[in-house]
Design a protein around this ligand. Sequence first.
Ligand SMILES: [Zn+2]
Length: 361
Amino acid sequence: MVSEPYGGKLAVQSTGSLDGLKTIEISKNYAFDAEKISLGAYSPISGFMNSAEIESVLDRSELPSGLPWTIPIFLEAPEGISEGEEVALSYNGLKFASMSIDEKFKFDLKKLASGIYGTLDIAHPGVASILNINPTLISGKVRLFRRITGDTSPAEARQIFDSFKWEKIAAFQTRNPPHRAHEYIMRCALELMDGVFINPVTGEVKPDDFPPEATSEAYRHFVQLFLPPNKVFLSNLTIAMRYAGPKAAVLLAIIRKNYGCTHFIVGRDMAGVGKFYGRYAAQEMLKKLDIGIELLTFNEAFHCKKCNGIATEKTCRHEEDRINISMTKIREMLRDGRKPPSEMIRPEISEILEKYIKPAN
Ligand SMILES: [Zn+2]
């Protein structure tokens, strides 16, 4: 049995026509959110949040209904929009959804940034970007006319999982191409589960992460070359990556519950950036809030020279012989024209990534 949608029901909404509606152009990240809202990926949410909903999420980490929720889903107001209007949302000149504006309101951006990220330090990429938006926001229900990404929808994923007859399905969240520590965790999950849903976030990521196209291409090859068919389903999740550590991890888990996953894989510092969040803060918050998806928690995986393989603190006794595996280090090596060791990343994957790296000089 796939998982129940969050809040009980998928909030899928579509519209048959956008004729006669005033058109407003919205930017990439908001357009991706609008698509995901109307496909039910953010169920039970059915529109961009109003002021009371945002306050509730920031102050109490829950929706007004009491259901845990940690990241506000908001939309900046474009020029010339009033409450009560029905508009067509457009992205890149293509009308794709309708929205009924039920509230237009000013919101304190400092409160928004600190409530999401737990800091106002502008070294945090999320803080810097929120403090630069228009403080007037709009809320209202969103209905989809046509899709703007190739992402699988929650309803489609549920059908696919059913057709595989999977009962235990773990979601693997990532925003980076697969290195050997990721692979170890995916294989551990495959040992325990009927299937693993690999669902890389391929919307906007920070400039020092690999571009989404690199992540997407690397995963396609990795799955095809190394993982068993009928045990893995790979699809992109095109939304902006929120680097809000534990709070972002909760949103990412809710989305995967809506996709039908029964389990959620959580490693070290999920959705973190720099040193802003504790190494296992995401695991702790997910345990505390309990959104109805089982957790598969993992400690940091490394290569141990003595064990001659990937291990974690739970499986290896050698403290002196570990090679840490980090995407930052892999990127640096590729940028310097060096081949990262195969203990860190498979050569088949680093060859793909080389194409996306600009040399340092
Ligand atoms: Zn060892």
